[in-house]
Design a protein around this ligand. Sequence first.
Ligand code: ADP
Ligand code: ZN
Ligand code: ZN
Length: 755
Amino acid sequence: MFARLIVDIANSNVDKLFTYAVPEELDVRPGHRVLVPFGRGNKPIEGFVIELADDALTDRTLKSVIKTLEPYTALNEDQLGLAKWICRAYDCTLCEALRLMLPAQLRGSRVKEKTVRTILLSPGLEVSTARASLLKKDGTPRSPKQLEVFDLLVKLNAPVSMEDLNAYIPSASAAVAALIKKGYACEEGHVTFRNPFTNVVSPDASPELTEKQTAAVECIKAGKPGEVFLLHGVTGSGKTEVYLNAISDVLEKGGGAIVLVPEISLTPQTTDRFRRRFGDTVAVLHSRLGAGERYDEWRRIRLGKARVVVGARSAVFAPVEDLKLIVIDEEHEPSYRSEHAPCYSADEVAIRRAALSGGRLVLGSATPQLRSYFRAKQGAYTLLELTERINGIPMPEVEIVDMRSEFLSGNNGIFSRDLTDKLKKCVSKGEQAILFLNRRGYSYHGECRACGFVFTCPNCDVALTYHKFDNSLRCHYCGFSTRVPSVCPSCGSTFIKYTGFGTQQVEEQLKSLIPGIRVLRMDTDTTGAKSSYRDILDSFSNGGADVLIGTQMIAKGLDIPGVTLVGVVFADTSLFHSDYRSGERTFQLLTQVAGRAGRALSDGKVNRGKVVIQTNAPDHRAVRLSAQHDYKTFFDLEIRDRLRTLFPPFSVFVRALFEMRDEKEAAEVCTDFERKTCEILKNVMSGHNAEKDILFVTSGPAPIRKRANLYRYAVIVKLLRSENTSFAINALRAFADSLRVEGFRGIEINPDDLL
Ligand code: ADP
Ligand code: ZN
Ligand code: ZN
């Protein structure tokens, strides 16, 4: 028997199958991780078995597999199939694709299984004789402690850990040792799993579903293998309850499920909801787990002890057996795209995985990606809708405040009079408010009034942000920071002005506006430590503050009953980007933030949430239509514009990026790449009679021309989306692969931003 395997080295030179002989006594199957001698020195390295073969297809004598690393196969059939697809689709080595499926700790055996010592009565022990020998002639114990331990072991009649035993009978170890020596008790090593959950939850049952929820669940249950559903439901419409019921059905039929939620909302609040319904069969996978916990959760899934996985993006690779359902909640979240190579997006991977495992995929959102809704309308996905909130809770009342007229009438503060009034009322009633601003720090840039000099980052081509708490100017791209200069470096004037504002300034003005108000702030400046994100949220939901101020981190998934007011301090921060998706993003963000208001019943009453959106662009459709909770009209208008301008989903952007120390060289390499790209595309597309699908090819400096001392130049290709798109992309990929230029960052398809 021979094994064809991939060695665990992420280098394209060794990205091929190597054949090894399998010794008779080894049980090796596809998916096993094995140790093999490799290279001239025959250094033992780890490898993944991809397939078995009866024939070595060579006359050379082959090296042999040394051993399997786990008794079980680390990868199952679906995962092997998925990995092969990933390396083609995302242009990486098979090794890199396989690594996505395993906890990093497994490789190189960096964590060990955790074992506990357990004590039990020796099997076959004659209990009464043994007990008698522990007593003196007068019936009193020779050693009271030994007798006590012995009686406990008899009563339990099951292995007990030393830790538990000591809890029953303090300092029992000497007595245990004595009983073992006498041959009455014995000890075993037991493998256990580290538990990532710190709390115990009480079970709950499903509420009676509404008619709409029932219809959605039935549709999903009846879904065909590989079918994709788009569950479009307003915030608080009971989408999660639909997922839970669909999962119940899968579990009853012996299958498993994966639920992806955005990393940021993977809070105990979220996972507890699944644990209450499904108990110990729930495993979690996210970046805040310790190495041992992550390894053990992975093993629990692999060994079938956990059949429901709740996790962040990478949980789409979890080794669930008989995977019958994948759910992606808040499917519009950008965090479902990986920024590190291989740059996969979780929904694409999930579509493929569902097809391989014969499962179904549910994408859920109040504001689906335009692309997903478009696919649903075209019939590629099945559309399910929940149009109302549960319990008749009305959608929040949204009011738009035009900050231009506010300014003209003499108010140049951050808060409109209207928002100020509402904040005061809210706080005086003991309710809570959330203030949202998508800009951290204190104020935007520093500028010299005398000469117009703007403080910019010496490494990047962007303005520095003023941070008041440590009186620094910082670059949000490279981390550069410097103390605030007291004079203008250009003209020596001391007249330096700071314009714009961030979350810090919101906090300050709020405190002076409403003295005594208790404020918590959450942005990447305040959530540096691993747990502080949770700490801030916990503190706020326990009533530790009246107002929570935050960046987009607070836009998602928060469900705090006390919150009745949401203020969007300035909606325009994401609106006038040079990105064609900025309207879509703003609509999503505003809808999500507004969804945080009035989600629950306070004191049994329906408390309709209020939302105030401050903006300089009250007529922009992203602002206007999100205020009216009108996704469909927004979709119709937006998709019409995308069609008119031929932007995605009607076209595809391909970007090739170069980052180099020398600007001239970057520009030259880029022009060269552009020329070759044109040739290649013309060649390929004319073969398919589709030259007209090439909309344009351009090259030049990226919008952020310099970052961390590197000059950034890009080639951008825009292609009409058609049945020929993949030919063009494959040809460009092949070309990019063959290119050996230092500073070439590879090509990206529809990158998330073109900065
Ligand atoms: P979404 O995921 O769409 O935001 P959820 O599933 O979280 O909505 O539901 C919102 C709230 O309504 C939750 O507190 C949930 O427990 C409750 N809920 C959902 N469905 C029902 C139902 N059929 N009956 C009663 N309460 C429900
Ligand atoms: Zn100056
Ligand atoms: Zn910088």
